[in-house]
Design a protein around this ligand. Structure first.
Ligand SMILES: [Ca+2]
Ligand SMILES: [Ca+2]
Length: 174
């Protein structure tokens, strides 16, 4: 008899191991280890929409709904990859005396995705205003939803000249 067989059998009937495995499985399901609601990685988002990643439409550069956003773009702006929704995640312009800004949602549990706001006076030269990779800046810009995976931020900057343009950029952490 294989000496290891007894060990394996003991392992299988060990109640504490079974309890631990049940807990792990339950946690995986309840914490959406395979579901989009985790909001913490593009991989989980893909699994939530398509299951195992053997389906070509799930790839980052695919665009199965034929709108203007690739799957990765759908992910970062909380879009629906299976329905045309070109306005999803569109930043909202906010302004007050002497300043303008943008309000938008970020995936604040995904540290591999960085959101940026840049400013320009001529649409040719852009300077960085804000980046979500800076946790201090992220917290300062928070409006709601901190730590939920979908945080709404407002980023403002002084607008003293005759014109100022703002844009957002999103991409993997360099
Ligand atoms: Ca799309
Ligand atoms: Ca879409």
């Amino acid at each position: 008899m294989d000496a290891n067989a007894g060990t394996l059998e003991a392992w299988l009937v060990d109640a504490s191991v079974k309890t631990a495995m049940d807990a792990l499985l339950t946690r995986s399901v309840n914490n959406d280890a395979f579901a989009e609601r985790d909001n913490d990685s593009f991989l989980n988002w893909q699994l939530g929409w398509w299951g195992w990643l053997t389906n070509t439409p799930s790839h980052a550069t695919n665009n199965p709904d034929g709108d203007m956003a690739s799957n990765y773009a759908e992910y970062v702006r909380f879009g629906n990859p299976l329905a045309v929704d070109n306005d999803a995640g569109k930043p909202e312009l906010i302004s007050s005396a002497g300043s303008i800004g943008l309000r938008f949602d970020v995936r604040d549990k995904d540290s591999n995705t960085v959101y940026r706001v840049e400013a320009s006076t001529n649409l040719a030269n852009w300077s960085s205003v804000w980046a979500s990779s800076n946790s201090v800046a992220l917290n300062a810009a928070t409006l709601s939803g901190a730590g939920t995976g979908r945080r709404t931020v407002a980023v403002t900057t002084n607008a003293s000249g005759p014109q100022l343009f703002l844009r957002t950029q999103v991409g993997p952490r360099p």
